[in-house]
Design a protein around this ligand. Structure first.
Ligand code: CMP
Length: 146
């Protein structure tokens, strides 16, 4: 495989270090695990989002019983939003994150190490290519991506 072909197989995913992890000082630990797993941080920024902004991001979950609580939580403090790049980034990040409920997360995963509950589960990662595209576009303008 030549270098051009190799480069074209890189995939991007979108991730959030959630308010629980930022509050507890786990941002550095989470970023270290992400980099150690071979991801390149293509873009990152710290921000706080409003409840309507959280609702827009999680619109796909609007009918779920936990939606109200989730959007309150996601707007409760600063977060880090980022674009991560590697081969097979979407699936590999979800593997590294571990199960949504940290009680079911495997040893060596981010949620096993840092997450406190199914809602306050420290990290978000896109679940598919289409979702990644929407989520990156929700938080980043083209000029912010290198
Ligand atoms: P995330 O991967 O960001 O996608 C949706 C989020 O909703 C999820 O992580 C959790 O933070 C939250 N969530 C999912 N299921 C539940 C649930 N059963 N109860 C509360 N929160 C949930």
């Amino acid at each position: 495989m030549d270098s051009h072909t190799k480069e074209s197989s890189l995939q991007r995913t979108f991730s959030i270090v959630k308010p629980d992890a930022v509050r507890k000082g786990h941002t550095g630990g989470i970023l270290a695990m992400i980099e150690a797993a071979g991801f390149r941080i293509a873009a990152i920024k710290k921000l706080s989002i409003s409840k309507p902004q959280a609702a827009g991001f999680y619109a796909v979950h609007a009918a779920r019983p936990f939606f109200e609580s989730l959007t309150t939580f996601m707007s409760s403090g600063p977060i880090y939003v980022m674009v991560l790049e590697k081969e097979n980034a979407i699936a590999d990040l979800r593997k590294l994150m571990g199960a949504t409920n940290p009680a079911n997360a495997e040893e060596g995963t981010i949620r096993k190490k840092f997450a406190g509950s199914i809602e306050e589960n420290s990290i978000h990662g896109s679940d598919a290519e289409e979702t990644a595209k929407f989520e990156i576009g929700y938080f980043f303008a083209g000029y912010e991506l290198e």
